[in-house]
Design a protein. Structure first.
Length: 352
């Protein structure tokens, strides 16, 4: 198969507003993320819930280590979402070990600490496995360093960009960490779907295919922005209500546009696959054009195990604070599940 390049550059939504430059992730404590759970463990059940703070390890690293510690298959170790390796991240994992094998919770904490260097914040029990999406979102505290501007100018630019993003919303692009070094995950995912590359590791197969699906979703969002349709709802869109999460098809565009502008609803973006609900009308044409441009079909995605779904297209910034410190800009903000902090940061910094 001919080697091809994948266009992973995404347009800024705050074009015309100058960024502040700088660098992130100069130290683990520069990128702090804490999971906001969907529910609290009940204190009863055969699943251990372990809340861990770690640095320099991937979520998968932790899952593998917990499986080893408790001598269970890795499929019995659950989590609600993936976190950056280059961060100080706090998240909860579940381990299904059965009621008969439950130990004293204090002993469990010691057992984990003996094996690898993490902070175990608490251990409780619950009656179900943690699965992807079992969270409300994440809270971030991020430091941007090596800014070459005068502090007052950097702060003014940051506030102008944040004000604009509060007005427009943030395109819910997948972050670059999804695509691997040199976009290798996207390339391999594409080759798996096209049938020219295979891998026996089921988890890695899913990861690579998902990376290509994320790439397609980003291409859709980019096309929506470039065609001037990010600030409007389209006929045929499948819209999502921010307050309830309810989905509905947009039949009357004129009636729904005021609700979009008042931030009651958002369009949803496609994660292409067999079970994805497609859109109709102008929205459907936009979705179809992305696949056509990529030379990809839903059938090909389906054969590779890509189920597909829909994803919130526009993220609202409801909680964000900015403060200029002596040698860095500090941002504190909340993002709903699935949204990437790096997408917000690139708008402020205007760097890739």
């Amino acid at each position: 198969m001919e080697h091809r390049e994948f266009n992973l550059k995404t347009p800024f939504i705050t074009t015309g507003l100058e960024g502040i430059g700088g660098k992130i992730k100069q130290a683990y404590e520069d990128f702090v993320v804490e999971e906001v759970p969907l529910y609290e463990p009940s204190g009863d059940g055969e699943h251990l819930y372990v809340n861990i703070t770690r640095e320099g390890m991937t979520t998968r690293d932790i899952q593998e280590k917990l499986a080893e510690i408790f001598d269970v298959d890795i499929e019995k170790v659950g989590c609600a979402g993936m976190k950056d390796k280059q961060s100080r991240a706090t998240q909860t994992f579940s381990v299904q070990i059965g009621k008969a094998e439950l130990e004293e919770l204090a002993e469990v904490e010691d057992k984990i600490k003996e094996v690898f260097p993490v902070d175990v914040n608490w251990v409780r029990t619950h009656n179900n496995k943690l699965k992807p999406g079992h969270l409300i979102g994440n809270r971030f505290t991020i430091k941007i360093r090596q800014i070459s501007l005068e502090p007052i100018i950097a702060l003014e630019r940051t506030r102008a960009i944040i004000a604009k993003l509060k007005e427009t919303g943030l395109p819910n692009f997948y972050g670059p960490q999804r695509f691997g070094i040199g976009n290798e995950n996207v390339r391999k995912g594409h080759e798996i779907i096209k049938g020219v590359y295979s891998i026996h590791d089921k988890w890695l197969h899913r990861l690579l295919v998902s990376s290509y699906q994320s790439y397609l979703c980003n291409r859709y969002l980019a096309k929506r922005i470039e065609s001037g349709n990010f600030d409007k709802i389209l006929e045929g869109d499948i819209a999502k209500k921010y307050d309830t999460g309810g989905l509905f098809e947009v039949i009357d565009q004129a009636a729904e546009q005021p609700r979009y502008e008042s931030k009651e609803i958002s369009f949803t973006a496609p994660i292409y696959g067999a079970k994805m609900t497609g859109t109709k009308g102008p929205s459907g044409k936009l979705e179809a054009q992305v696949l056509k441009d990529e030379g990809m079909t839903i059938d090909e995605l389906s054969k590779a195990g890509a189920n597909g779904t829909r994803r919130l297209g526009r993220v609202l910034l409801t909680e964000i604070q900015e403060e200029m410190k002596e040698d860095h800009l500090e941002l504190k903000f909340f993002l709903p599940k699935g949204a990437f902090a790096t997408i917000l940061l690139r708008e402020i910094m205007k760097v890739e």
